[in-house]
Design a protein around this ligand. Structure first.
Ligand SMILES: [Zn+2]
Length: 404
């Protein structure tokens, strides 16, 4: 398993020159490869092209990485073509700048400075580095400055124990995620995230309208476009921050409670063939369950937990108490018409996802004295989200007024 660290490192002439040299090598590899295909009908291998063009500005392994990068994208094109993707295109474009990759062999760490060698006789690239020595460092351009992505190999904390606690997680649009581990139900409040996303839509429309009336190519239009991307970038970062803090809270809490397996409701096909009107379509398409699922998955695996996906059909409509399947669920509260049991709706979803995974879905359970659901609110300027104060906590028979 790998972990990455991203560091912004600004823009210097040295970085520009290194990126240009990598671009030159990548482009030469690309041109020579396709030229050989065209003239001789031979598809060369990485070993044929590596060291074909020597570089006196880069470490030998950095130069190799440029050649390998070309073959990696060639490989991914072949795989996509094999999978039947019609718009898969082979790498054909030359690049004037390309990412700079350093392997462990070219690194040295001393006194909090990471020294990245560019080969004998060349000035090394030195970065401020108060961390440990990474396995690889890739430097790429983000559009405004360079960013170093350092990769670390991570040992799993410990393997999952069979028979350990299982938690079900229901991903939702209103609540980012709701978990249930057999005793406790935790709700990640998605309200703040939703309001950010709504504001994002409004801001996008408002700024675009202001840009559209300006003449193309005018100074004013350029300035407005820059302002738009700056403001949207800020919002995007805020959204990312919320998602990270909330998911970290949930996973560490589940881990502390001894959960070994995390089962996430599979909602991947919800977007296909599902027309629910303009407003709801926008909601569903902006619902970032993919990124939430991804964050939950890697954070759980990092702590040694196992992650499984579970199809979630009927999980929000079936009563955990008596097994009755409702035709429709309205509102935020699940109320069973047969046995009268009530609970937070998304909590029911998480409960049933867990039961499904354990093969006990749709059969009656003793849930009468289930602990009330705990709401988790995002607080800015803390490392992770915090539990909501008791008064605002949604109790078993919660209503909309509970503030969740
Ligand atoms: Zn029931």
């Amino acid at each position: 398993m790998y972990q990455v660290r991203r560091v912004h490192i600004g823009k210097t002439d040295q970085l520009d020159e290194l990126a240009r040299e990598c671009g030159r090598l990548y482009s030469q590899t690309l041109v020579s490869f396709w030229r050989t295909v065209r003239h001789k009908g031979i598809w060369l291998k990485p070993k044929h092209l590596m060291r074909w063009y020597p570089s006196d500005k880069l470490h030998a392994h950095t130069a190799d990485a440029c050649v390998q990068a070309f073959f990696a994208s060639l490989r991914s094109w072949r795989e996509r073509k094999k999978a039947g993707e019609p718009d898969a295109k082979p790498p054909r474009k030359r690049k004037w700048y390309f990412r700079i990759e350093y392997k462990r062999s070219a690194m040295g760490l001393k006194d909090g400075m990471l020294r990245l060698s560019n080969g004998r006789g060349n000035e090394p690239l030195v970065l401020n580095w108060p961390w440990e020595l990474p396995v690889t460092v890739v430097i790429h351009w983000t559009g405004t400055q360079y960013e170093a992505i350092a990769t670390y190999e991570q040992q799993r904390a410990y393997g999952p124990f069979p028979g350990g606690k299982v938690a079900g997680i229901d991903l939702g649009e209103v609540h980012m995620a709701v978990s249930h581990d057999g005793e406790r139900t935790s709700i990640l409040n998605g309200r703040l995230l939703r309001s950010k996303r709504q504001y994002q839509n409004k801001l996008k429309a408002r700024l675009q309208a202001r840009i559209d009336v300006k003449k193309k190519g005018s100074q004013r239009r350029k300035k407005l476009t820059a302002a738009k991307s700056r403001q949207l970038r800020k919002l995007k970062n805020q959204i990312k921050d919320i998602e990270h803090k909330q998911t970290t809270w949930l996973i560490t809490t589940l881990h502390e409670q001894g959960v070994q397996t995390v089962v996430i409701g599979d909602v991947r096909d919800i977007r296909q063939d599902n027309d629910v009107g303009h407003t709801n379509n926008q909601k569903i398409h902006q619902w970032s369950h993919g990124s939430i699922r991804f964050k939950l998955t890697y954070k759980a695996e990092r702590l040694g937990m196992e992650v499984a996906l579970q199809a979630e059909h009927y999980t929000s409509r079936t009563c955990p108490c008596c097994g009755h399947v409702r035709s429709k669920v309205k509102g935020r509260v699940f109320r069973c018409p047969k046995c009268g049991w009530t609970y937070h709706r998304d909590g029911v979803g998480a409960m049933n996802i867990r039961y499904k995974y354990r093969g006990e879905f749709g059969v009656p359970h003793v849930v009468a004295d289930m602990a009330p659901a705990t709401g988790i609110r995002h607080l800015p300027h803390t490392r992770v989200a915090r539990e909501q104060s008791r008064e605002n906590v949604c109790v078993g028979n919660c209503t909309e007024a509970a503030g969740l």
